[in-house]
Write a new protein. Structure first.
Length: 569
């Protein structure tokens, strides 16, 4: 291929600097691919680049939809060959096979493919690399290339049963294959921005799901993965320093990983089920602790003013409420980071410590040795703290100790599991805390939820009927525009990518204190809080819709059961 033709392709693909185009055209990667080197440079538009290659070589170009692949064609090539050479079967007929590739320059894999399809005629199709790789993973499942390697070895199923097994990723033994398979599951989860991995044995299969932006997504896995259940789970238990011989009792452990220079903490939990051990992994990026700050909360101006006033309080309790996974810990860490200084001694007790904050003394609860929230909190108060954070108030004992701490000059932060902010009041009263104590020491209840945000790569305008907006109580603004995501590769066709918090701030003023002391109903408490200026979760959600950050449907999804709710979970 003449260098001039390559430069013309690059110019047509988005490279506007002649010097850059000449440098890219001159690339001669030893044993590598010019196509991959150019794409890795990030200097070209991938789709335009693929289209230009198709024009030059006379090959059709196709944009793949992973959800519409012909699964019956996958048998045309071994999965290890597909993963190694990025050649995917799209269709198979009696006389020909249609194969997709992203590289027109590497002829050796093309020749090998001709031999593997048994003499059938091959029709080649060019596909943008990112779409091809995603389609391959969707078609064959995560770790499919290693899975074949495992099945070829009759000892693979119990290879990881012995603690201290092989960890050499370059080795050829079955133990190394198990290691590679588990590593691929973890890498894929991190690439997809998953916060949790669930590995669940079913009657005849092993299901793997990632939680991405709060929603569970099932991961495509190779067929017959169930036969490797024991090896996969044993490998994870070895990594987490668990007892691999104990399969009858729940266990907890921790794994430290490095991925692209980032330190990842993985909290591992196993439970015995009737179909085998189920494993859940929570992925925590330790580097995120550096980003905890007031700006991360993304509050409105009014909310920001309320929080800053609360943080200036010399004592009292600030309670963050919401269900598991609603971002309560992130909010607490952000608040603590904002007031963290040399002049203040901050001590926390958590289960577990999710992120480490420099300058803050953090305690990990260990009930098995008697270190509970209540006992740990008693010890903390003997350490002369200015600020105390209790991971969760679960019982009246912990609540009363926290209240005593607030009454003796400490600023206390904690969480409660309730549906809304006012529900925190009834929850404390139901625990048995005296109403006058709640009224005198609690400064505010903050409820929150996480809503998915519109994917920036496929965002587009959308309209809603005025009657519908009126029905759901949306504040109609003349000329207001709305956005939603139509679905793309970046967001797994969901239309959402990332999350943001919505809040409900209930400051405890004199009017609310009087109702608390009288043990008024939850409805009366909420009416008073709203009268005093409290905005509900849904109202704050509408704010994010008006800003174009999320959608009406998403706000309704996370708040539908909360409007008017005042009871605890």
């Amino acid at each position: 291929m003449q260098r001039k033709s390559l430069i013309e392709i690059l110019f047509a693909s988005g490279v506007d600097d002649p010097e850059t185009a000449r440098a890219l055209a001159s690339l001669r990667p030893p044993g590598g691919s010019w196509t991959h080197e150019v794409l890795n440079s990030g200097k070209v538009d991938e789709i335009r680049f693929t289209e230009q290659l198709g024009i030059l070589f006379g090959e059709p170009v196709e944009l793949l939809n992973a959800a519409r692949l012909d699964r019956s064609a996958l048998s045309a090539l071994p999965s290890r060959f597909v993963f190694k050479h990025h050649i995917l079967p799209l269709a198979i007929e009696e006389q020909y096979v249609r194969l997709a590739t992203c590289d027109v320059f590497n002829n050796t894999p093309r020749q090998l493919a001709s031999q593997l399809v048994g003499g059938k005629r091959i029709e080649w199709t060019l596909v943008p690399r990112s779409q091809l790789l995603r389609a391959i993973k969707s078609a064959y499942g995560v770790g499919a290339e290693t899975f074949e390697e495992l099945l070829l070895n009759t000892h693979a199923f119990d290879a990881a049963e012995q603690e201290g097994g092989a960890t050499d990723l370059n080795a050829d033994g079955p133990e190394a294959s198990v290691v590679k398979f588990v590593n691929q599951i973890l890498r894929e989860a991190l690439f997809e921005r998953a916060t949790d991995i669930h590995i669940e044995p079913l009657d005849a299969d092993l299901r793997i799901r990632y939680r991405i932006d709060g929603i569970l997504h099932e991961v495509a896995v190779p067929p017959q993965l169930r036969v490797l259940q024991s090896a996969i789970i044993s490998r994870l238990k070895v990594m987490a320093r668990m007892d691999i011989a104990e399969k009858r009792l729940p266990q907890d452990g921790r794994i430290n990983l490095q991925q692209g220079g980032a330190a990842i903490d993985v909290r591992v939990s196993t439970i015995p089920t009737v179909t085998g051990e189920s494993v859940s992994l929570r992925l925590l990026n330790r580097d995120e602790a550096r980003t905890f700050g007031f700006e991360r909360l993304d509050l409105s101006d009014r909310q920001s003013g309320l929080v800053r006033n609360l943080l200036r309080e010399p004592n009292g309790i600030i309670l963050v409420t919401g269900p598991t996974g609603s971002g309560k810990s992130t909010t607490l860490y952000s608040l603590l980071s904002n007031i963290n200084s040399v002049e203040r001694r901050i001590v926390t007790i958590e289960e577990p410590v999710e992120y480490r904050i420099p300058g803050v003394s953090q305690i990990d609860v260990k009930p098995e040795i008697g270190l509970t929230f209540a006992s740990g909190l008693r010890a903390i108060l003997r350490q002369d703290p200015n600020v105390v954070m209790v991971g969760e108030i679960r019982d009246v004992e912990t609540a009363e100790i926290a209240i005593r701490a607030a009454m003796t000059g400490h600023l206390v932060f904690s969480t409660l599991h309730t549906n809304d902010a006012v529900g925190g009041i009834t929850r404390l009263l139901d625990m048995g805390v005296e109403p006058f104590l709640v009224a005198s020491v609690v400064r505010a209840f903050v409820a929150q939820r996480l809503v998915r945000t519109v994917c920036p790569d496929c965002a587009e305008p959308v309209q809603y009927p005025g009657s519908y907006l009126k029905e759901i109580g949306f504040p109609i603004v003349p000329g207001q525009s709305f956005r939603h995501g139509r679905g793309c590769e970046s967001c797994r066709q969901t239309g959402y990518r990332g999350r943001a918090a919505i809040y409900e701030f209930c400051a405890v003023g004199q009017g609310l204190r009087n109702l608390i002391i009288r043990k008024s109903t939850g409805a009366a408490l909420k009416t008073r809080a709203t009268h005093d200026g409290m905005e509900t979760l849904r109202q704050d959600g509408w704010r994010r819709v008006l800003l174009g950050q999320t959608t009406v449907e998403e706000v309704l999804r996370v708040t539908q059961s909360d409007e008017g709710a005042t009871e605890t979970d």
